[in-house]
Ligand binder design. Structure first.
Ligand code: FAS
Length: 389
C-alpha cells in the first residue's frame, strides 16, 4: 500500500493530524493497533483550551462539540474547608470547555469513515524503515505482515509507542519525572453540580470534581502508586470525595452508579528530539504531562497544527518549518509541562510532607486566588499558550 503520510496511532493527535492534512489536500493512512471499540471506549481528557475548540471548529469537527460542550469559566479550589473561585474566562471571551476526549475521537473517526478514508484498526506497527529517503512502515494485521510506503511518517503512537525509538539519541534528550502518587479516576452517572467542580487540596490528598456531560461526573482521588482499583467500595469512594471536597456550604456531590474506574500514574516526560529525517512525533509520543493542568490533549493539538503545516510545506519542497518543528513545538511544551508540574506540586500531598511544606503550598494557592498577578498568571496558563502556527 502507498500513501503520502503514514500516521501511527488513532488517538486525538493522529486523527486530528489526518483531518488537517485532508483539508489541505494531503492523503494519509492511519494505522491503529487497537480495535475501533477499544479506541472509542478510552475516556481520558475532558477540558479543552479555547485554541483546541477553535481548531476543531476550523476543521469541521464541532457539530456535537458546539451542542454538548459545557462552558468552563472558572476554577474552584476547595481548601481549608472553604471554596475559593478563580475566574478563567478572559476579556477576549476565551474560556475552557468540557467535552470528553472520547467524543472528539469518535467525531474524528466518524468524519473520516464518512469520507471513505482509511483507518486500519488492529494494525500493529512493528518497524519503520527508509526514514531518510523512502519511508516504509511494517505492520501486522490479521496475522499478516504488511508494508505501507509513504513520503513521510507521523508518530502519534503515544508514550508507549514505537516511533520514538527510531529517533537517534532520543533517550539522551528525554527528561522524565515520576510523581510519588497516582490518580484514581471514576466516571459516574451523576449530574455534576456546577458549584462542585474543581480541585481539593486536603490533608488526605487531592480530589478533583469535573463533568463529562450534564448527566456524567468525572472525579479523581490522589492515591498511592500501588493503589488497588477494587480496594474501595462505591460508598467509600463517594464519602472520600465528599470529605476532601468539603466547603463552607456543606453541599455534597450528586451520587450515582460508577460506570468506569481507572488508575493513572502521574509523570511528566519530554523528548526534545521530535524528528529524524522523514519521521516526526507528536502528542504523547513526545511528551506526557500530569493531568493536574488538563493539558495533555491540548498540547497534542498544538503539535499537530504545527506538524501539518510543516508537512504541507515539505511536500512543496520547503523544509524550513519542518527543520524547526522540534524547536518550535518545545516552546509550547516545556512551559506547559512546567505549569502542570506547578499545579501538581501545589495540590497533592507528598510522602513525608511537613507542616512547613503545606504552608508553602498554601502560599502558592493564596497567590493564585488572591493576588492580581497570581490570578492573571493562573488564568493565562489555564487558557493555554498561543500556537506556533
Ligand atoms: P494516545 O495515547 O491517546 O494515542 C496513541 C494511539 O497510538 C493509541 O490509540 C495507541 O493504541 C496507538 N498505538 C500505540 N502504539 C502503536 C503501534 N505500535 N501501532 C499502532 N498503533 C499504536 N489529558 C488531559 O488533558 N486531561 C485529562 O484529564 C487527562 N486524563 C488522562 C487519563 C489517563 C488514564 C491517561 C493515560 C491520559 C490522560 N490525559 C489527560 C492525557 C491524554 O489525554 C493524552 O494527552 C492524549 O491521549 C494524547 O493523545 P495522543 O498523543 O493521540 O496519544
Amino acid at each position: 500500500m502507498k500513501t503520502q503520510i503514514g500516521i501511527i496511532g488513532a488517538g486525538p493527535a493522529g486523527l486530528l493530524l489526518a483531518r488537517i492534512l485532508q483539508m489541505n489536500g494531503i492523503e494519509s493512512v492511519i494505522l491503529e493497533r487497537r480495535s475501533r471499540d477499544y479506541v472509542l471506549a478510552r475516556l481520558r481528557a475532558g477540558v479543552l483550551e479555547q485554541g483546541t475548540v477553535d481548531t476543531l471548529r476550523a476543521y469541521g469537527v464541532n457539530e456535537r462539540l458546539d451542542r454538548d460542550g459545557m462552558p468552563h469559566e472558572q476554577t474552584t479550589f476547595y481548601w481549608n474547608e472553604r471554596r475559593h473561585v478563580i475566574v478563567i474566562a478572559d476579556e477576549a471571551g476565551r474560556r475552557l470547555t468540557t467535552y470528553g476526549q472520547n467524543r472528539i475521537v469518535e467525531d474524528l473517526i466518524t468524519l473520516r469513515e464518512a469520507d471513505g478514508l482509511p483507518i486500519l484498526f488492529e494494525a500493529q506497527v512493528e518497524a519503520l524503515d527508509g526514514l531518510t529517503d523512502r519511508p516504509a512502515i511494517t505492520y501486522v494485521q490479521d496475522g499478516a505482515r504488511k508494508t505501507l510506503e509513504c513520503d513521510f511518517i507521523a508518530g502519534c503512537d503515544g508514550y508507549l509507542g514505537v516511533s520514538r525509538r527510531y529517533i537517534p539519541d532520543a533517550d539522551a534528550h528525554s527528561y522524565l519525572h515520576e510523581f510519588p502518587f497516582s490518580w484514581f479516576g471514576i466516571l459516574a452517572e451523576a449530574p455534576p453540580k456546577p458549584e462542585k467542580r474543581g480541585f481539593a487540596h486536603h490533608v488526605r490528598g487531592l480530589a478533583v470534581a469535573s463533568a463529562r456531560s450534564p448527566r456524567q461526573s468525572r472525579l479523581y482521588l490522589q492515591v498511592d502508586p500501588d493503589f488497588e482499583i477494587d480496594s474501595m467500595s462505591d460508598d467509600q469512594i463517594w464519602d472520600e470525595l465528599d470529605l476532601r471536597l468539603t466547603d463552607e456550604t456543606g453541599t455534597p456531590l450528586n451520587r450515582g452508579p460508577i460506570t468506569e474506574k481507572s488508575v493513572a500514574r502521574l509523570r511528566a516526560f519530554v523528548c526534545e528530539r521530535m524528528q529524524h529525517g522523514k519521521l516526526a512525533i507528536a502528542g504523547d509520543a513526545a511528551h506526557i504531562v500530569p493531568p493536574s493542568g488538563a493539558k495533555g490533549l491540548n498540547l497534542a493539538v498544538g503539535d499537530v497544527r504545527l506538524l501539518a503545516e510543516a508537512i504541507g510545506r515539505h511536500l512543496r519542497g520547503d523544509d524550513d518549518l519542518l527543520s524547526r518543528y522540534s524547536e518550535l513545538a518545545l516552546q509550547r511544551i516545556w512551559p506547559t509541562v512546567h505549569w502542570s508540574c506547578l499545579m501538581s506540586e501545589a495540590l497533592h500531598v507528598f510522602p513525608g510532607q511537613t507542616g512547613f511544606d503545606t504552608r508553602r503550598q498554601h502560599m502558592t494557592l493564596d497567590h493564585w486566588i488572591n493576588s492580581e498577578t497570581g490570578s492573571r498568571r493562573f488564568r493565562e496558563a489555564m487558557l493555554g499558550l498561543p500556537y506556533a502556527v
